[in-house]
Design a protein around this ligand. Structure first.
Ligand SMILES: [Zn+2]
Length: 410
């Protein structure tokens, strides 16, 4: 297929007029004349008109399929359609136990995954303290099919408010060390400063204090981080995955969190929350992910939760679906539209260890494209929130599309 129109590549050249996808992969990016000449006559063309195309958006941390019950979705297909209709071409399932892995593997075998799913195998129960052992050890990480990858392992180190730690330091260090030695990327749910201290010690034991970090081990949520901890994250080059729709910043408003702060220096501790700009300015890879449905308490799928445009807009003004007022503590941490866009493309792909193939559009990358009704780099946060998804294209196939894809019969 050929896509013709304004294309933001997140690569060089920064924008293009046309894109050719062959056999699921980008074959050419360039001017309209160049690409149409290469494509020949028989290749279907999608003219996006005044709309704007981006590298397919990647939700690097969510539970669209696994926790669909929480937002009243009955089937994996409905959950994936919800993600596609919001413009996600890849979703990462961040807590996959044996049962969920069986479900995903079966869907993949039946060719019933219309988008890409990157699964992270769970090493412990998020609540209740049960650990599952190294059950991943009889397999290798990596692609199962074109659309399913068993990418990494998931450790839920503390709970949502950072008030309960699920691991002993020695057990955590052992588990991360064994995973690292076996070539598995580890994603660690880490909220509190206490949990960050523990996971940084564990990564330090596996990688050394200055890295490098070739497997892209990740710290997910990264809610409350001290200056010293930030310096250690930078030194080891750990990937960070945060939630830019404002929800991370509402921790300071919640009684569970305030209780946890204790009587000490509250101002300083609140300053350690949601350090989005500090992460970006430090040169970290910072992915913006929805964590759907967990960070939208009281909201249903019909409330339009979990959209990439809300990640970008929320990074700019600190407002979110579950938290419409900007918390004062995040005012000095806001991002630009370009940084938000990077967080759901290039850096989200990095968090999944697939930055060579996803998150940008260039010859050889996957033909995953999201078309929005406007240019996010030129929009205000509210203009970005108002943009609609015109097409979600996975491997050159329109998986969700409006009338611009009529020649594809959908
Ligand atoms: Zn999560």
């Amino acid at each position: 297929m050929v896509i013709v129109g304004r294309i933001v590549t997140m690569d060089e050249p920064v924008t293009a007029e046309a894109l050719l996808v062959e056999d699921g992969t980008v074959a050419a990016v360039g001017t309209r004349d160049q690409v149409l000449a290469l494509a020949g006559d028989r290749v279907p063309i999608i003219d996006i008109g005044e709309n704007v195309a981006y590298p397919g958006f990647i939700d690097a941390h969510a539970h669209w399929i696994g926790d669909r019950d929480r937002y009243g979705v009955g089937s994996p297909a409905a959950a994936m359609n919800a993600a596609l209709s919001r413009g996600w071409t890849s979703i990462s399932e961040q807590w996959v136990n044996r049962e969920r892995l069986d479900e995903l593997t079966k869907l993949a075998a039946e060719d019933a995954l219309p988008l890409r799913v990157d699964a992270y195998l769970a090493l412990n129960e998020p609540a209740g303290g049960q650990h599952f052992g190294d059950w991943y050890a009889d397999r290798e990480p990596g692609a199962v099919t074109n659309h399913l990858s068993v990418q990494g392992l998931k450790i839920t180190l503390d709970n949502g408010w950072g008030t309960i730690v699920n691991w002993e330091p020695a057990d955590l260090t052992g588990a991360i060390g064994r995973a690292n030695n076996a070539g598995w990327q580890v994603s660690v749910h880490t909220v509190s400063t206490e949990a960050h201290e523990m996971v940084l010690d564990a990564f330090d034991a596996a990688l050394g204090p200055t890295g490098p970090n070739p497997l892209h081990h990740r710290i997910d949520h990264a809610i409350q981080v001290t200056d010293d901890q930030l310096a250690r994250i930078v030194a080891m080059d750990l990937a960070t995955v945060i939630h830019l729709d404002g929800a991370a910043a509402d921790w300071v408003l919640e009684p569970e969190y305030l209780d946890h702060l204790g009587p000490g220096n509250r101002g300083e501790k609140i300053g350690w929350l949601a350090r989005w700009r500090d992460f970006v300015d430090a040169g970290l890879h910072v992915a913006g992910a929805t964590d759907t449905p967990w960070i939208f308490p009281g909201l249903a799928l019909s409330d339009d939760i979990g959209r990439p445009v809300d990640q970008i807009a929320g990074g700019m003004d600190g407002r979110g679906r579950a938290n419409p007022k900007t918390p004062a503590s995040v005012l000095d941490q806001l991002l630009t539209a370009e940084e938000g866009l990077r967080a759901v493309t290039l850096d989200a792909a990095y968090a999944l260890g697939d930055e060579s193939r996803r998150g940008h559009l260039a010859p050889g990358t996957l033909g995953d494209v999201t078309v929005l009704s406007g240019d996010v780099t030129a929009g205000t946060p509210d203009q970005i929130r108002a943009m609609t998804v015109i097409a979600t294209i996975v491997g050159g196939i329109p998986a969700h599309c409006t009338e611009i894809c009529s020649q594809f019969g959908n």
